[in-house]
Design a protein around this ligand. Sequence first.
Ligand code: F6P
Ligand code: E4P
Length: 950
Amino acid sequence: MNPVKALEHHGQAVWLDFLARGFVANGDLKTLTEADGVKGVTSNPAIFEKAIGGSDEYDGAIGVALAQGDQPVAELYEALAVEDIQHAADVLQPVYHQSGGNDGFVSLEVSPYLARDCEGTIAEAERLWRRVDRRNLMVKVPATPEGIPAIRHLISKGISINVTLLFSQAMYIAVAEAFIDGLEAYAKSGGDPAQVASVASFFVSRIDSAVDKQLDDKIAKANDPAEQAKLAALKGKIAIANAKLAYQHYKRLFTGSRWDQLAARGAKPQRLLWASTGTKNKAYRDTLYVEELIGPNTVNTVPPATLDAFRDHGQLRDSLEDGVDQAEQALAALQAAGISLEAIADHLLADGVQQFSDAADKLLGAVAQKRAKVLGARIGAQTLALDATLGQALAEYSEQWRAQGLVRRLWARDAAVWTGSDEAKWLGWLDSAAAAKAKQRDYQELASWVQQRGFTDAVVLGMGGSSLGPEVLAQTFAPRAGFPKLHVLDSTDPAQVRAIRNAVTLPTTLFIVSSKSGGTTEPNVMKAYFYDEVSKAVGADKAGDHFLAVTDPGSSMEKVAQQQRFARIVHGEPTIGGRYSVLSPFGLVPAAVAGIDVGRFLDAALTMVRGCGGDVPPAQNPTVQLGLALGLAGRAGRDKVTMLCSPAVADFGAWAEQLIAESTGKDGKGLIPIDGEPLGDIARYGDDRFFIDLRTAGEADRNADKLAALQQAGHPVARIVLNSAEDIGQEFFRFELATAVAGAVLGINPFDQPDVESTKIKTRELIAAFEQSGALPAEAAVFSSAELDLFTDAANAAALRAAGAQDDLVSWLKAHLGRAGSGDYLALLAYIERNAAHIEALQSMRLALRDALGIATCAEFGPRFLHSTGQAYKGGPNSGVFLQITHDAADLAVPGQAASFGIIKAAQARGDFNVLTERGRRALRVHLKGELGSGLAALGAALTKALSKG
Ligand SMILES: O=P(O)(O)OC[C@H]1O[C@](O)(CO)[C@@H](O)[C@@H]1O
Ligand SMILES: O=C[C@H](O)[C@H](O)COP(=O)(O)O
């Protein structure tokens, strides 16, 4: 008789430790049940990894699943696994019925990531039990200290459990007791214990592998041949001895009055299942772990190779209770030799969990890649070109992040991923796209309301994250017919405020006042001005109809909005900081108002979110790769993140800039975004750059040659190609997560902005002084001419004089610029109206500076950059050289308060400058006194002179 089939005459059931889709579909499993009497199937993460990850057998099914709609990676995997388990369970149904529910089981393991999480294990086991929906399912739960109470609980709910990763007798006893406890609880709650099945998977061969290794070490060290022989005699014996003794416990545990009471109600004992019975050591018989463990009421789950071997040459005998005394002696001898089986069991348990987690990582990584392949251009393509050193560091970090489960922990909101402070409170953005998608109808309703009201213009009044997201949307999406044109105001410059006032028709304009905190100065004064203007245009009683507030619940802005009867108040999510808020109402309300299809926009974003989830390991997670690369490059001094955005997505850099700078630039560390600086002479770049090129597929690859040359020269280059500008939502999420990851590598909290707060305090002090005395505190210029004044603090002034600053502008500029060395950046901080002419003027100055000094440059407008790069300039690395440019435009009053826009802007510039100098930064302020255009031209000319040799 076939030896495999003959095992049933010894009371042992053979299960198969293998599963794959085709194997079930083509009838092989059925054949084994018939020909060999195989009575069950076990799976584990490593088995699914081989089946799904290691073949293309499932690619078709993944394609079909994705054709119904995109899905998270873990969900794609689980659907495949559940289907396989269901098919196998259906093939084994006849066995289940014929054996009266004793056999015919298929096992599916809970995620190995939950092995140390009792609650998580319970929830997942219950979910899988419901989802597979087969009586002949066993859910596999590991016998960790956290798994054991979960096992008890699950059994008490009538769920059949296969306890896995059992290595020690003590743990086995605890498991059997948990089973009996659980079963009693189930019976007590009215359940039928006959319906519950369980096996305790006692691992065998892994014990020998571990013990033999220690024996070999001892043998090598022993000098006495007799001692060596004694140790050698234990090799290949301990696993079987351990299992035999476990069986003796089984017999004791499942007899006696306690068990008899359950048995009387039809309860079936939890059988011991010999697992890990494929021979690992080629020196041993390939049927060893079957032949030596044959006995009644047991199961042996064997891999296909062991099944074939046993069918071919397996020796049958009732071996399980042979030599129990010798088994005890073998374990005693092992202990006497100084080898602790308990310690080995503990190690194997931890190692087993790790091995299955590793397999799950590999599996999910493979599914993520398959998903990305099917979705193709629906996900913006990202390529990273790094030199060997950075590439190596990235590979090592990716592996560290994988082994420590850091992507999962990040998504699980574990603050220890960063600095372990309050980060967990600021991670609402991880879910914001999904939360918004669930509220898609609200956005549609808002869009209809806007259409009905016939607004021609909509103006967002906000700062930083509250304004730059909407600005990208306004500039990236073409205006939609029937919807208002979207404008953004993020300035206290009187000329800029006036420019917006003149660009819109007040009676048909909607103002979106956006402030998470509600307390930010700029949106409050901008609102005060426009509310007054609208009141004058349409009557005070109707002004509120033209205003909509987006603010966090309970903010001061909300109260004002209620008092002034704003048409609508939309709440933000308090667990999302401003710079991460674009995929929440702060970006989506302006989007809906402008007629952008919010549902489609979010769908694109969610495609990226799913590709970067906690279930996607670092190496296959594009966003995590980008974040790690940025963080590692930053640590190595390549901290100037140079954003190159194509015309279709030109404004994205301004948003990314606020995100990256305000998130990472603190504690003397950080990344300095360089936005709007086109590529120059490749040879002039220092080794402090990281280039990110972003464009849409339809646009010319205008930087191709230069990027190739940069790459060639060893500069890190990330290239991102969006399918279309309308997929920009993906990029918001990509950069949010990448920034958070980079922050973790840099070792900072990416969700606070301590130095912005310092500037706000200084500004408030200056405004208070103005309110008291009617003037800002006097300041003394270090140099004065008819056209301009120069200001700086005593330390900077002394340093500049020592470097040659005399009684003329050019010498001061020359001294200042001379302080910028390699690895530094030069930032122009202009508190003037941001319009095309001024952008052009600053651009030409920065490019001249870049070309002459060979360093990175920033051209920023105040006060908007205060809520963006301002944090990094003050809190980040001390590598900035700052030239602040101020000018007093014709002033504009803020209704209801003494300080005008001009005063507020001046106070902001001075507050900013004071903090820069307090932080020991190299800073000089140029105050232009005459007409702004000619003042800028003169400054440009003076800079050129200062840069010229001699
Ligand atoms: O939305 P709020 O609270 O007005 O803040 C505006 C901006 O100011 C900051 O809080 C600080 O600069 C940013 O993070 C934020 O985007
Ligand atoms: O349930 C079965 C176990 O997961 C399996 O037998 C482990 O075997 P291995 O030690 O060969 O990986």
